[in-house]
Design a protein around this ligand. Structure first.
Ligand SMILES: C[S@@+](CC[C@H](N)C(=O)[O-])C[C@H]1O[C@@H](n2cnc3c(N)ncnc32)[C@H](O)[C@@H]1O
Length: 250
């Protein structure tokens, strides 16, 4: 248990100071926002598993309203607060340090739920079921989830994901899960593979290079594992990636 905690602490440290903690792309996020149906006046907007706020800051800029940004990692929320101050958006960001799988918010209290690269921590199915009661009638959710992009999956890729996240599924399987949870599917949009490199892996690689020399054995292990993950994505990006599911509560 202690070893696991140390591993998570090193993982958080590795991702500190970065704009993103997972794959994404600001122009792609803006494209997703352009696809949304009209929201009510003064929408209640949340970013769940916000990390350093890649999504929350774009939402604050776009809607000029308070964004409730939830993460259980205080260091990421501190980074978000710093980025928000630097962009003059701090008056619009409300950080909440808590478990996004156990939110004690009133039912029907979210008009727009945004969650990038985080739902898998609860499993996509689990996140949908836990978050659905929090959605206002006709509320909108944009949730990204690691997804199979082909049915022709090489054995090493199957084995990798069986170990990393056995719940990985196709777009049609995930669409079925969203329906079962009480959402209408408004659209599925694939994040281009290049975004993984430009906005996530390349800044992360710089951070790894900066930490490598002084890394203790746990940080060393985290760095090696991250490098292996990058090499794997480089080889097999046609097989899997992030899909953004645009959903409406029904
Ligand atoms: C891959 S990162 C994505 C962060 C951010 N959305 C982005 O795209 O840059 C996943 C985030 O989910 C957070 N997280 C994981 N499980 C969580 C939980 N149960 N409650 C709150 N935050 C959680 C992690 O701390 C991390 O910041």
């Amino acid at each position: 248990m202690e070893e696991q905690n140390e591993y998570i602490t090193a993982l958080i440290e590795l991702h500190r100071g970065l704009k993103r903690q997972g794959p994404g792309d600001p122009s792609f996020s803006k494209h997703m926002l352009s696809q949304l149906p009209e929201l009510p006046h003064n929408p209640r907007i949340v970013d769940l598993g916000c990390g350093a706020g890649a999504g929350a800051l774009i939402l604050a800029e776009r809607f000029d309203t308070t964004i409730t940004a939830v993460d259980f990692a205080r260091p990421f929320l501190a980074d978000l607060e710093g980025h928000a101050r630097a962009q003059g958006l701090d008056h619009l960001i409300k950080t909440v340090e808590t478990d996004m799988g156990n939110l004690d918010w009133p039912p029907a209290s979210i008009d727009l739920l945004w969650s990038e690269g985080a739902a898998y921590n609860l499993t996509f199915e689990g996140a949908l079921k836990i978050w659905r009661p929090l959605m206002a009638p006709n509320g909108i959710a944009v949730i990204s989830e690691i997804t199979w992009f082909t049915t022709d999956i090489p054995v090493p890729v199957l084995e990798f994901w069986q170990e990393a996240y056995p719940q990985i599924a196709s777009e049609s399987e995930n669409t079925a899960l969203t329906r079962d949870a009480g959402f209408d599917m408004l659209g599925v949009h694939r994040l281009p593979a290049q975004a993984w490199w430009t906005y996530y892996y390349e800044p992360l690689r710089e951070r790894m290079d900066a930490l490598r020399e002084s890394a203790d054995p746990i940080m060393q292990a985290v760095i090696e594992e991250t490098e292996a993950e990058m090499a794997f994505f480089d080889k097999y990006a046609d097989c899997y990636g992030y899909a953004f599911y645009l959903l409406q509560a029904v």
